[in-house]
Design a protein around this ligand. Structure first.
Ligand SMILES: Nc1nc2c(c(=O)[nH]1)N[C@@H](CN(C=O)c1ccc(C(=O)N[C@@H](CCC(=O)O)C(=O)O)cc1)CN2
Length: 289
């Protein structure tokens, strides 16, 4: 058997088209132009590319976009001052601090993310938004896991009643993925570095989400025949090559559907960021389109 390929670009273009239409309505009916500001600290090469893509996609959607570049050595206090200014600016509906932060301010990551006003937190990382997600009030939801869910929904792959296994318990992907799947009535198990007999658990999954950051970690013997496999991993191996957390060539012969890397759920991350920016504008202006 060879699995259905879940093409991230195809689904991202559908989501972006929906968002572009909403931006048009916000402009025409309410005179609101959604605005996104991305703050990037330092010179991380991958982050530079992601931020450039966020800026480009914002402009394509008709969203006002601003990128604030801060030097590698910026202090926590200076960064918090920038965030405070953006919180006060009514033209800025969405604020995102690109991760990872440089080593010297990494220990303050929570404090920095919590400084963003919850209504402008288009990453969905603020404890207020985390709490809303955990209590079934989805508002601003982390972009990558939300993209995984939208991909399953747009592909017509059912979640309700399914056994889902999430590999990884990060705040950015694993934990929100758990809540999103649970809210859609899956029976969800989260596995991590201390999980014993991992393969026995993953083999029970109808939906397997891999988000552990280990290249080709999920092998075909860990997958139930016919499972839907979502690969969130972006691992750089060698010079330029990117591979996922799943051994794609082997697992595609076992799964019923699978996301590739590159070209899978990563591509949906930026589409969902623009979705969140438009949602943030609606929340702040108390309108719905
Ligand atoms: N504040 C945030 N920082 C980071 C996030 C985030 O959601 N919020 N996620 C990642 C980086 N990221 C967006 O910021 C991101 C990752 C991957 C992709 C993507 O398009 N991936 C492609 C190609 C990968 C490549 O060539 O590098 C794919 O998977 O096919 C977009 C955005 C960490 N930081």
């Amino acid at each position: 058997m060879s699995a259905q390929l879940l093409d991230g670009k195809f689904f991202a273009s559908q989501i972006k088209e929906e968002t572009r239409k909403k931006v048009e309505i916000l402009k025409q009916q309410y005179d609101i132009t959604p605005g996104l500001t991305v703050v990037i600290v330092g010179e991380n090469p991958a982050s530079q590319i992601y931020v450039a893509n966020k800026h480009k996609t914002s402009l394509e959607m008709g969203v006002h976009s601003q990128v604030i570049r801060l030097p590698e050595q910026v202090s926590k206090e200076e960064l918090l001052t920038v965030i405070d200014g953006l919180n006060q600016d009514p033209a800025v509906h969405g604020i995102l601090v690109q991760l990872p932060l440089p080593e010297h301010i990494k220990p303050y990551e929570s404090e920095i993310l919590e400084a963003i006003q919850p209504a402008k937190d288009v990453d969905g990382f603020h404890p207020v938004n985390v709490g809303k997600l955990a209590t079934g009030q989805e508002e601003l939801v982390p972009c990558t896991p939300h993209g995984c869910i939208r991909l399953l929904e747009l592909a017509g792959l059912p979640i309700k009643g399914k056994r889902a296994v999430v590999l990884g318990r990060s705040n950015i992907v694993g934990k929100p993925m758990f809540h999103l799947l649970l809210a859609r009535h899956a029976t969800v198990t989260v596995c991590h570095s201390c999980t014993q007999d991992l393969a026995a658990i993953t083999r029970e999954a109808d939906i397997l989400v891999a988000a552990i950051g280990k290249p080709k970690f999920v092998t075909s013997d860990m997958v139930k025949p016919g499972a839907v496999v979502i690969d969130v991993g972006i691992n750089r191996v060698g010079d330029k090559k990117i591979v996922g957390d799943v051994d794609f060539d082997a697992v595609k012969e076992i799964a019923s559907a699978i996301t590739p890397v590159p070209g899978g759920v990563g591509v949906l991350t930026i589409a969902m960021l623009l979705y969140n920016t438009v949602k943030a504008a609606q929340i702040q202006h108390k309108v719905q389109v």
